[in-house]
Design a protein around this ligand. Structure first.
Ligand SMILES: Nc1ncnc2c1ncn2[C@@H]1O[C@H](COP(=O)(O)OP(=O)(O)O)[C@@H](O)[C@H]1O
Ligand SMILES: [Mg+2]
Length: 229
C-alpha cells in the first residue's frame, strides 16, 4: 500500500466565541485530498462554526487553518474570498439558489464569476445537471422544483468549478430519507470521481455513513476518530 497523502486542510486549536460562551473551544481537524470526512455532533455543538472557520468564512479567535501549505490566518479577507472562489464549493441545508435565475444559470454562476464565457459555463453546467440526474430542471427556477431536485442543483453548483474541497452543512437536513440518500450518493460519487475532499457536517448517522471517516464535535471541541483510534 502507498503511504496516505499529506492533509490538504488542517486546523489546530481553533477557538471562536460569540459573546461569553465559546462556539469552538480548541477544535482540531484534518482532511486529505479526495477524502470525505463527516463532522458529527448534537445541535449547537459548534459544527457549523467549525465549517465556517475551515472555509475561511469566519476568522477564528485563536488557532490556525492551513490549506495546501498556506496559513489562512495570515491571509487578507480578499485573499480568503479568492481562495473560496477558486478552490472551494459549498452546499447548505436549504440550497440557497438564486430564485431569479434558472437552475442552469445557478449552476453556471460560479464559472461566470471567475470569468468563464456564458456559453462555455452553461455547457459545463448542463453536464453537471445531467450527472446529478436533474437535466430536466435546467430551464426552471428554484421555486418550481422539489427540495430534492433543488439540492441536486446545489450539489452541481458546488462541483462545477472543480473545487478541491466541498463544504456541505447538513446538505440533506431538509429532505426526506429517500431524497437524502440520493443526494448523498450523487455527492460522494462525484467527489470521489473528481478527487474533491468533502467536509460533511451532519447530525445524522445515516448521512455520516457515506463518509470515509468521522469527527465528533462536542461543546466546541472536536475529536478526530482516526487519531483517537
Ligand atoms: N453568528 C452567531 N452569533 C452568536 N452565536 C452563535 C453564532 N453562530 C453560532 N453561535 C453559537 O455557537 C454555538 C455553536 O453553534 P453552531 O456552530 O451553529 O453549532 P451546530 O452547527 O453544531 O448546531 C451555539 O451555541 C450557537 O448558538
Ligand atoms: Mg449547524
Amino acid at each position: 500500500m502507498t503511504a496516505p497523502a499529506e492533509p490538504l486542510l488542517t486546523a489546530t486549536g481553533l477557538r471562536k466565541s460569540y459573546g461569553p460562551t465559546p462556539a469552538l473551544d480548541g477544535a482540531d481537524f484534518s482532511i486529505r485530498p479526495g477524502e470525505v470526512v463527516a463532522v458529527m455532533g448534537p445541535s449547537g455543538s459548534g459544527k457549523s462554526t467549525l465549517l465556517h472557520c475551515l472555509a475561511g468564512i469566519v476568522r477564528a479567535d485563536a488557532g490556525d487553518v492551513r490549506y495546501d501549505g498556506r496559513s489562512m490566518a495570515g491571509m487578507s479577507d480578499g485573499e480568503r474570498s479568492a481562495l473560496r472562489r477558486a478552490d472551494f464549493g459549498f452546499v447548505f441545508q436549504f440550497g440557497q439558489l438564486v430564485p431569479e435565475l434558472t437552475c442552469l444559470e445557478n449552476v453556471a454562476m460560479p464559472m461566470r464569476l471567475s470569468g468563464t464565457k456564458r456559453r462555455a459555463a452553461e455547457k459545463q453546467a448542463a453536464l453537471w445537471l445531467d450527472r446529478l440526474e436533474v437535466a430536466d430542471v435546467a430551464g426552471k427556477r428554484p421555486g418550481e422544483v422539489s427540495g430534492g431536485q433543488g439540492q441536486r442543483v446545489a450539489v452541481a453548483r458546488a462541483l462545477v468549478s472543480g473545487p478541491r474541497v466541498v463544504f456541505a452543512d447538513e446538505p440533506t437536513g431538509a429532505l426526506d430519507s429517500l431524497n437524502g440518500e440520493r443526494v448523498m450518493r450523487l455527492l460522494t460519487e462525484a467527489a470521489h470521481d473528481t478527487r474533491a475532499a468533502v467536509v460533511l457536517v451532519t447530525h445524522e448517522a445515516r448521512v455520516a455513513a457515506y463518509s470515509d471517516r468521522e469527527i465528533v464535535v462536542r461543546d466546541g471541541k472536536s475529536r478526530d476518530m482516526e487519531r483517537a483510534a
